[in-house]
Design a protein around this ligand. Structure first.
Ligand code: AMP
Length: 435
């Protein structure tokens, strides 16, 4: 169903219907009562690994949970303006452009555009200033795009940001470099929070509206009410603080989270409830420190094994991102005859950086050796212009690994720009991979 905008009309195909035409002459239907667990919607996960899964969202529990988060996590009162700069088609858009702000009595900003290029890297600042936004939610990738254009944060000074109270980040690992940049440039607390399409709202966050907990950069803070988050080893046993393992949520899950997958109840059990009996498997790897702070290090599939050492690619990305010329990066594990896997870094540089790429590659290799140690065996890195991502901004690390290892793969349906895969393939070929 297409809503035509006169500014830029879409060419309709055979399966498309125009919104106004569809409604012409139709009698509005009255509301009907449904049971609390009636599906509000079905949302397909971004599917960085395989075929998308249709997450079912139960209506009542979800509305109760979302309403709770607006004050207790996002710290807004009814009447305040809230802005989630997301695509309305993703889970953040469903939950935080649409349902949560509206049920809580907030004004919600509906924004179509990008952080850069529509028309420039000040769009976010302008919308925040013009609409009196109190709490702002976006993905780290959006901030990295702005930082790449304006690394000193000069342009924000032209906007009145005084009424903004906090920035919330989710959707991917918020690397310390991006958080520190945002804190400095925006001058507000930056709260990372971790959740999934499956849950529909925060699993771990900072309860800023109850009482903000100290921010530990690199951690989305603590498990929120309703979630008993545990770190498990391969045998399903709970691990000690500081140990890297699979992140699981002890059942039952709280209200509003997925009760099943649409038309695929067996796949629901297989995908989420089978690996660790009695737990929901999040698919993420991480650890909990002695203060109960959670750290999300990578998808479980992105933990690599280098000569018997389990290493998080997220930890290495953190080191690369801290290099002053690096705007964005990804680390993947490529197959190696000797060590099993070897880490390989992809670097996107800040605009205007003129240093030779080979020097920057040498710098980051040295940095990883210093910060993580020789055990990481980090010796492979290259500079690329762009990283392959889903349209929601998630880097397609799994697809990059398949290309590097010359394995067949199916690009996910949600890929933003498939051409970037060819660019990655060329970079890999230059390093002797992707044969
Ligand atoms: P999606 O269902 O598409 O929103 O993706 C959920 C996944 O994104 C999680 O399982 C994590 O791998 C990643 N993710 C979301 N938020 C965070 C965060 N704050 N820190 C680290 N990873 C995150």
């Amino acid at each position: 169903m297409i809503f035509q905008r006169t500014e830029c009309e879409a060419q309709l195909g055979n399966i498309d219907v125009e919104w106004h035409a569809l409604q012409a002459g139709v009698t509005p239907a009255p509301c009907i009562a449904v049971s609390g667990d009636h599906p509000a919607y079905i949302l397909y996960t971004s599917g960085t690994t395989g075929a998308p899964k249709g997450v079912v969202r139960p209506t009542a529990g979800h509305l109760v949970a979302l309403n709770w988060t607006m004050k207790n996590i996002y710290n807004v009162d009814p009447g305040d303006v809230f802005w989630a700069a997301s695509d309305v088609g993703w889970v953040v858009g469903h939950s935080y452009i649409c349902y949560a702000p509206l049920i809580h009595g907030n004004t919600t900003v509906v924004f179509e555009g990008k952080p850069v290029g529509t028309p420039d890297a000040t769009t976010f600042w302008r919308v925040i200033a013009e609409h009196d936004v109190r709490s702002f939610f976006t993905a780290p990738t959006a901030l990295r795009a702005i930082k790449r254009e304006d690394s000193e944060g000069v342009s924000i000074k032209n906007f009145d940001m005084s009424r903004l109270r906090a920035l919330y980040l989710a959707g991917e690992r918020a690397d310390p470099d991006t958080i520190e940049w945002a804190q400095k440039v925006m001058g507000v607390p930056v709260y990372d929070h971790w959740w999934q399409t499956e849950t529909g709202y925060t699993i771990a966050g900072n309860p800023a509206g109850i009482e903000a907990m100290p921010v530990k950069i690199g951690s989305p803070t603590v498990a929120m009410p309703g979630y008993d988050v545990q770190i498990l080893n391969e045998g399903g046993h709970e691990m000690q603080p500081g140990e890297l393992g699979a992140i699981a949520v002890k059942l039952p899950l709280p209200p509003g989270t997925l009760p099943t997958l649409w038309n695929a109840p067996e796949r629901y059990v297989k995908s989420y409830l089978t690996t660790f009996p009695g737990y929901y498997e999040t698919g993420d790897a991480g650890m909990i420190d002695t203060d109960g702070y959670l750290y999300i290090m990578a998808r479980t599939d992105d933990v690599i094994n280098v000569a018997g050492h389990r290493l998080s690619t997220g930890g290495m990305e953190e080191v690369l991102a801290a290099h002053p010329d690096v705007a964005e990066c990804a680390v993947i594990g490529v197959g190696d005859d000797l060590k099993g896997q070897l880490p390989m870094g992809f670097l996107c540089l800040n605009k205007g950086c003129t240093r030779p790429h080979a020097d920057i590659v040498l710098d980051v290799i040295k940095l990883v050796r210093e910060k993580i140690g020789p055990v990481a065996a980090f010796k492979l890195a290259c500079v690329v212009d762009r990283l392959p991502k889903t349209r929601s901004g998630k880097i397609l690390r799994g697809t990059m690994v398949s290309i590097a290892d010359s394995k067949p793969f199916k690009a996910p349906a949600t890929i933003d720009d498939p051409v970037i895969l060819d660019e990655v393939r060329s970079a890999l070929k230059a390093m002797g991979y992707a044969k």
